[in-house]
Design a binder for this molecule. Structure first.
Ligand SMILES: [Zn+2]
Ligand SMILES: [Zn+2]
Length: 189
């Protein structure tokens, strides 16, 4: 799930999961309070907002993008540059500076979620689980590594759970937790 990192009054980073069904999040002079009350804009200070670029899927989530909407006179900077035309599709790691409100970091990190493998023509010939080195077949349950995108079996008939077999992805070492915990933080910059 995409997240927004916010530096709060104490100088500590706080993290806010961005829920697509919340529609939009104002980046106001009191970001934490305003963000926790996402969905209400009641002040001129909330002229800069984040909006989901896709409608939520059946589960209320999507993995689509987030748009930053900001009037050019607002003085908002993304990675040090003004928001041209007042709109920008945020990318992982973008730094958003809102004058009077502070610094935000956008994280597009995705959660590892079990899904049913339905090969497209491109993947059909090459989908091989990097843990057990066996071919992944149509209809098997898989987890796509959020970091490197490589598919792993999730549960095989014999009881193997290739994705959660180890703490790290067999290819990139990224966390194999199925809990939607942030792996990334602004401190890594
Ligand atoms: Zn496997
Ligand atoms: Zn990986």
């Amino acid at each position: 799930m995409a997240r927004l990192w916010i530096k709060d009054d104490s100088g500590e980073w706080a993290v806010l999961p961005l829920v697509p069904s919340a529609s939009f999040y104002p980046l106001s002079a009191n970001p934490l309070r305003a963000l926790n009350a996402a969905g209400t804009i009641d002040s001129a200070a909330c002229e800069t907002v984040l909006v989901s670029s896709d409608s939520p899927d059946d589960a209320g989530w999507n993995e689509g993008g987030w748009l930053l909407l900001s009037p050019s006179r607002s003085g908002v900077l993304v990675n040090g540059l003004p928001v041209s035309a007042g709109i920008r599709l945020l990318e992982d790691g973008d730094e958003i500076r809102v004058s009077g409100s502070g610094i935000f970091y956008f994280s597009a990190e995705r959660a590892a979620r079990p899904e049913t493998f339905r090969p497209d023509s491109k993947e059909a010939s090459s989908a091989r689980c990097p843990r057990c080195l066996r071919t992944i077949r149509d209809g098997e349950t898989v987890v796509r590594c959020p970091r490197c995108g490589v598919l792993h079996h999730h549960l095989l008939g014999e009881g193997y759970a290739c994705w959660t077999y180890a703490d790290g992805c067999a290819v990139c070492g990224g966390s194999t937790s199925l809990a939607d915990e942030p792996e990334w933080s602004p401190d890594e910059f």
